[in-house]
Design a protein around this ligand. Structure first.
Ligand code: ARG
Length: 579
C-alpha cells in the first residue's frame, strides 16, 4: 500500500532531520502521473517543510533542497533520489512497488484498498447527516434536484466509506400555502383514480391548473386559503388528503431513487417541525433576539454592530413563519434526535445566502454546533431536455438515459448476449449522467448534452463502465489461470508501472475529496486510470504469455478492476460486469 512507502521514506527522513515520522508525512505525497515515462513515485515538498516549521524558511530553497537530498541515500526500498524545483523525488523499487500494492488483492482484501489508509487516521469519524434531493410535492423535479440527489449520494457514500455513520435525509417541500392550492384544486377537479394511476403526474397537473384558476378566480383563491387554514388547524379531512398526497409521493420517489441506486434513511419535510418552529419563535422572543421591523415583520439582527444592517426575517407581519424559520427548527430537532457531528446540506447556489443566515442564527442562539453545518452548493445546469420536451419528473431523465443508451448498445454485437439489456443500459446511462455532472467544479454550471455524455470513447461514464466490463471479461476468461503464486518482478514494463504509480495516489484523492467534497478529484482519477488500463490491454497481453507473466498481469488487472469498481460505487455508479 501507498502508506508502506510513505512510512519508509518518512522514517529515513526522520533520522536525517531528527524529526518524528508523523511530522514529515504531510509533506510527502505520491507524484501524479502526467506522462507515461515517469520515474518518480513520491515527492517531498520543501515548501511544505518550511511552512510546518521543520526547516528554516529563510535562505535559498533550492540550496536547502540539494543539501537535504545529498544527505539521503538510496536503500532497498528507495532506488533513486533526485532533486526537482523545491522538491526531492523518490523512485521506489519496482518489484516492491508491485508486491506491496497488489498484495491485498491476493488476500481478498482488495475491496478496502485505499480506504483503510493511515491518512484517514487523523480525521475525526462520527455521525454525518447529509440532507439532499429534497424535491417539492406536486412541483417539478428540476435539474437542480437531480444534481442535489447525485451529489448528496456521493457525499454520503464517501463519508460512509471512510468509516463514518451516515444518515441520509430527504427534506421534502411538503408544507406551505401551495398545499392550500393543491388541496382546493384536488377537491374541485382531482381524481382518486388518476392519483393512484400516475400520482406525480396528476398532482402536478392539479397544482398547475389550480394555480391558473387562482389567477382569475376569487373562489379558487378563497378555497385555497381555506384549505391551508384547515391544514394548519389539523382538521382531519384536509389532513387526511394531504397525508395521502405525501405518502403516495414518497412511495413513487422511493421507487425512482431505487433505479438510481439511492436510498434515504429518513423522509423528513417542512411539515415536520411545526411545533418546534413555534418553540423557536418563543425562545427568540424570550431572549429578545426577535425584533419587530418597521414593516411589522419579526426579524433577527445579524449585523455585527447590531444596527439592523443585516437582518433575517423569520415571521411575516401576519405572524406566519417562513422557510428559514422551519429550517432553524429542523436543524435543532435533528441535532437532538441524531446527535450528528456534522450536517451537510446540498442545494444549488441560489440558496447560499439562506444557509449562511441559517448557520449564523444557530450560532447567535448559542448552538455552537452551527459551526459544523456545511452547505455544499452547485451551479446551474442548462438545457436538460428529453426528446419529448421539457423534463418535469426525475423518471423522464432516467427513461431517456436508458432509451438512448439502449439504442447505442444495440449497434454493438455484445449486447445480444446480455441477460437484461435494459437494466445494463439504465446503469450505464446513469453513470453517464453522473460523470457529466461531476467532471468539473460543482460551483460551475454546465450545458446538458446527451450525445456527448453517452460517447463510448472520451471522458464519460460510458467509458468507465466499458473499461470495467472489459476487465471483468478478461478476468472471467482467465479464471483459474491466476494461481496462488505472484511474481511481482514480472511486472517490469512501464505500462504496468504507470498503473501502479497511479494507484499510489488513490488514498490521497479520497482524502482530498473528503476535504472539499468535490467529486471531480475521484472522477478524473478514475478516468485517467481507465486510459492507463486501455494501454495496458494493448501492451500487456495475458493470452499467450508465459504462465508467470500471465498471472502477474492478471493480478494487476484484477487490482485495477477492483479499485475502479470501488471508486465508481463511491460516485454512486453501479459497475456492470458486461455490456
Ligand atoms: N425543497 C427545497 C427546494 O426545492 C430544497 C430544500 C433544501 N433544504 C433545506 N433544509 N432548506 O428548493
Amino acid at each position: 500500500m501507498a502508506c508502506f512507502f510513505r512510512r519508509k521514506i518518512a522514517a529515513e527522513l526522520a533520522k536525517t532531520l531528527q524529526q518524528s515520522e508523523d511530522a514529515l508525512l504531510p509533506a510527502l505525497t505520491a507524484v501524479p502521473v502526467f506522462k507515461k515515462q515517469q520515474s518518480a513515485d513520491f515527492k517531498l515538498s520543501l515548501g511544505a517543510l518550511r511552512i510546518n516549521g521543520i526547516l528554516p524558511s529563510s535562505g535559498d530553497i533550492q540550496l536547502q533542497t540539494e543539501n537535504l537530498a545529498a544527505q539521503l541515500k538510496p536503500d532497498s526500498v528507495v532506488e533513486d533520489i533526485s532533486v526537482g524545483p523545491g522538491l526531492i523525488n523518490f523512485k521506489v523499487n519496482r518489484s516492491l512497488l508491485a508486491e506491496k500494492l497488489l498484495e491485498p488483492f491476493g488476500k481478498g482484501e482488495g475491496f478496502n484498498f485505499g480506504l483503510n489508509s493511515e491518512l484517514f487516521d487523523t480525521l475525526k469519524r462520527g455521525t454525518t447527516l447529509v440532507e439532499f434531493s429534497s424535491p417539492n410535492i406536486a412541483k417539478k423535479f428540476h435539474a437542480g434536484h437531480l444534481r442535489s440527489t447525485i451529489i448528496g449520494n456521493f457525499i454520503a457514500n464517501l463519508k460512509q466509506s471512510l468509516g463514518n455513520n451516515v444518515i441520509r435525509m430527504n427534506y421534502l417541500g411538503d408544507w406551505g400555502m401551495q398545499f392550500g392550492l393543491l388541496g382546493a384544486g384536488f377537491n374541485s377537479f382531482g381524481s382518486m383514480e388518476k392519483l393512484k394511476e400516475n400520482p406525480l403526474q396528476h398532482l402536478f397537473e392539479v397544482y398547475v391548473q389550480a394555480n391558473e384558476e387562482a389567477e382569475h378566480s376569487e373562489d379558487m383563491k378563497h378555497a385555497a386559503k381555506d384549505f391551508f387554514r384547515q391544514l394548519e388547524q389539523h382538521e382531519s379531512q384536509a389532513m387526511s388528503l394531504w397525508q395521502q398526497f405525501r405518502e403516495i409521493t414518497v412511495k413513487e420517489y422511493q421507487h425512482i431513487y431505487k433505479r438510481l441506486g439511492i436510498h434515504f434513511d429518513v423522509y423528513s419535510g417542512e411539515s415536520f417541525y411545526q411545533v418546534q418552529t413555534q418553540e423557536v419563535v418563543r425562545e427568540l422572543q424570550s431572549r429578545c433576539l426577535l425584533k419587530i421591523s418597521p414593516k411589522g415583520t419579526g426579524v433577527v439582527d445579524l449585523s455585527p454592530n447590531e444596527d439592523m444592517s443585516n437582518i433575517c426575517t423569520l415571521l411575516r407581519s401576519d405572524g406566519t413563519t417562513l422557510y428559514i424559520t422551519r429550517d432553524i427548527a429542523a436543524a435543532i430537532s435533528r441535532k437532538e434526535k441524531y446527535c450528528f457531528d456534522e450536517m451537510i446540506y446540498v442545494t444549488d447556489k441560489s440558496q447560499e445566502y439562506h444557509f449562511n443566515q441559517l448557520f449564523q442564527i444557530l450560532l447567535t442562539m448559542g448552538h455552537i454546533w452551527g459551526e459544523r453545518c456545511r452547505h455544499v452548493s452547485f451551479g446551474l445546469v442548462q438545457g436538460m431536455k428529453t426528446r419529448t420536451g421539457e423534463v418535469v419528473f426525475l423518471e423522464d431523465v432516467l427513461d431517456e438515459a436508458q432509451a438512448r443508451m439502449l439504442h447505442n448498445m444495440n449497434q454493438s454485437n455484445t449486447t445480444k448476449e446480455l441477460e437484461d439489456p435494459k437494466d445494463t443500459a439504465e446503469k450505464v446511462g446513469i453513470s453517464a449522467l453522473i460523470v457529466q455532472d461531476f467532471k468539473g467544479h460543482l460551483q460551475s454550471g454546465y450545458k446538458f448534452d446527451w450525445d456527448r455524455m453517452l460517447q463510448a470513447q472520451g471522458d464519460t461514464g460510458v467509458f468507465l463502465q466499458y473499461t470495467h466490463a472489459r476487465l471483468c471479461s478478461l478476468l472471467r476468461r482467465n479464471e483459474g489461470v491466476e494461481g496462488a503464486t505472484f511474481n511481482p518482478s514480472c511486472l517490469c514494463e512501464q505500462t504496468g508501472i504507470t498503473i501502479l504509480q497511479h494507484l499510489l495516489r488513490y488514498d490521497e484523492v479520497l482524502y482530498q475529496s473528503n476535504q472539499d467534497l468535490q467529486p471531480k478529484h475521484l472522477v478524473n482519477f478514475l478516468l485517467k486510470l481507465c486510459h492507463f488500463i486501455a494501454s495496458a490491454h494493448r501492451e500487456l497481453p495475458v493470452k499467450g504469455s508465459p504462465p508467470e507473466v500471465a498471472q502477474a498481469r492478471l493480478r494487476l488487472f484484477g487490482g485495477a478492476c477492483s479499485v475502479l469498481a470501488s471508486g465508481m460505487r463511491i460516485l454512486g455508479i453501479t459497475p456492470v460486469q458486461k455490456m
